[in-house]
Design a protein around this ligand. Structure first.
Ligand SMILES: Cc1cc2nc3c(=O)[nH]c(=O)nc-3n(C[C@H](O)[C@H](O)[C@H](O)COP(=O)(O)OP(=O)(O)OC[C@H]3O[C@@H](n4cnc5c(N)ncnc54)[C@H](O)[C@@H]3O)c2cc1C
Length: 458
């Protein structure tokens, strides 16, 4: 039994669709943040569920690690292969198997990206709302329980996946859930798989809920004198129950990065970026109510974007914030924090983070999906300074401790991978051991994405 034997057998199964090419190995062994690369031994490009099942059976026979791969935008080292093995890239599985407009749902393959799906849906009047910044695959998004700018209105992947087709660690193919909008039929295996980061099985199809495209959409940006004022405005908006489709916060340093990269011409102050969805009347009413709340908090210089191209430019800039911020310190490493707290604690969490980063002398622009209580400090670190890296890791740890003390979580959306393992006991206590028990029951050989998410003994 060995990885080498697995590779030989997979070459017979997949032919040229098993790559041993160095550039493929490197591409699949690294991530977008500071985690050290760890290449797989080979990269497989299966074309259908049966091939995935046959591949996993071979890997189980040979005790060879299997790591799912979408487009590799995850931020916590989820796709690295610390024990080697086979990276299973789903780029050849991106069909929309069935689109059912009358039920407002679709069954898609995991390699389809959210933008590709929405391009296909454009003429139907429907869309898929979950929107992480990156053009991620739907398989990767389900595996990380992704969310993003629109979660405040439409929820996360947990709320938008009805069912899954999954290849388990022994090669069995199962269907979880149904297309019914609700079900009380036993354990919720769909929910178990969503957010399992490929540690329990490989997703080979997803039944997705779709939404009707809103009749009217308006976006806006609004500046504030202080972070406190912007965050208080968000808290009041959410507590009043105003139906925001997006409400994003960016601090002054993030705005400076936008100005430099996108020539945004924004005043260098904290901003909220917003969007409303609804009927023409509904959207104007919501915008007016929000305008009043913002005015009470000293909101300045509202700029509305009703034309599609202006909105697209605004959200393109927001989605590229990570890269714009990285560019603000060329050559830096980034540690992306991802805490999420109950909305009433948001101002405390943001203010304490700012004070901590200032005291630590760290550069860490802050931005986030504040309508959900989720924000990121992107800690920019000199790769040649072990002290700076250590100081950033300690600051990140303190952020998590504060979030947990406030009833929040270490990660609102990026997931665990390797990077957030140190916080799992603090967040879940014995519950983390139970996750390990589930993993052992479903993957006794520990071949599915080993070294991630569950306690290291697994
Ligand atoms: C600029 C930027 C902005 C981001 N913003 C957000 C954001 O707002 N919200 C958010 O949630 N995330 C965000 N992310 C993180 C990232 O985009 C998400 O985690 C995304 O869901 C990853 O999708 P992917 O296709 O790149 O998956 P990958 O990175 O390829 O894989 C992610 C995980 O899923 C597993 N996996 C992949 N495909 C499958 C499959 N078919 N079956 C089983 N397991 C599988 C992998 O093994 C890995 O554990 C951002 C990342 C970047 C770079």
């Amino acid at each position: 039994m060995s990885i080498e034997h697995a590779v030989e057998k997979l070459q017979v199964l997949l032919g040229a669709r098993l790559s041993l090419n160095n550039s493929d190995l490197e591409l699949h062994g690294r991530s977008e943040t500071y985690h050290a690369p760890a290449n797989p031994d080979a990269v497989a490009f299966p074309r259908n569920t049966e091939e995935v099942s046959a591949l996993v059976k071979i890997c189980a026979d040979e005790h060879c690690p299997v790591i799912g791969f979408g487009v590799g935008t995850s931020l916590e080292g989820q796709t690295q292969a610390p024990l080697g093995g086979i990276s299973v890239d789903f780029r050849e599985m991106k069909a929309i198997r069935t689109l059912r407009q009358e039920d407002m749902d679709a069954t898609v393959e995991p390699g389809l990206t959210r933008e590709e799906l929405n391009d296909e849906l454009r003429a139907t009047g429907l869309f898929f709302p979950v929107d992480p910044g990156a053009n991620a695959t739907l398989g990767g998004m389900a595996a990380t329980r992704a969310s993003g700018t629109t979660a405040v209105r439409y929820g996360t992947m947990r709320d938008n996946v009805l069912g899954l087709e999954v290849v388990l660690a022994d090669g069995r193919i199962i269907r979880t859930g149904t297309r019914a909008r609700k079900s009380a039929a036993g354990y919720d295996l769909t929910a178990l798989m969503i957010g399992s980061e490929g540690t329990l099985g490989l997703i080979t199809a997803l039944d997705l809920k779709l939404q009707g495209q809103p009749e009217a959409v308006t976006a806006a940006i609004c500046a504030f004198e202080s972070i406190d004022a912007a965050v208080s405005c968000v808290i009041e908006t959410i507590q009043l129950g105003l139906s925001m489709a997006r409400i994003e916060f960016v601090d002054t340093a993030s705005v400076a990065a936008f100005n430099k990269q996108s020539k945004a011409g924004m005043p260098e102050m904290p901003h909220l970026l917003l969007e409303f969805h609804g009927t023409e009347t509904g959207v104007s009413e919501m915008a007016a109510v929000f305008g009043d709340i913002a005015a009470d908090h000293g909101g300045l210089g509202f700029e509305w974007a009703t034309k599609r191209e202006d909105r697209d430019a605004l959200w393109h800039m927001r989605h590229n914030a990570f890269y714009a911020i990285k560019q603000s310190r060329p050559g830096c490493l980034s540690i992306v924090t991802d805490i999420c707290v109950p909305i009433s604690r948001l101002a405390d969490a943001v203010n304490e983070t700012i004070a901590d980063l200032a005291a630590s002398g760290l550069s860490g622009p802050i931005l986030g999906h504040v309508g959900d209580g989720n924000f990121h400090a992107i800690l920019l670190v000199d790769p040649d300074s072990p002290q700076e890296l250590n100081s950033a890791k300690l600051a990140s740890e303190r952020m998590v401790k504060r979030a947990l003390a406030m009833g929040g979580t270490a990660t609102g959306e990026h997931g665990i991978g390797i990077g957030k393992l140190p916080f799992m006991t603090a967040e879940h206590g014995d519950g983390w051991e139970v996750m390990g028990d589930i993993k052992k029951a479903l993957d006794p050989l520990n071949i599915m994405n080993p070294g991630k998410l569950v306690p290291p003994s697994n």
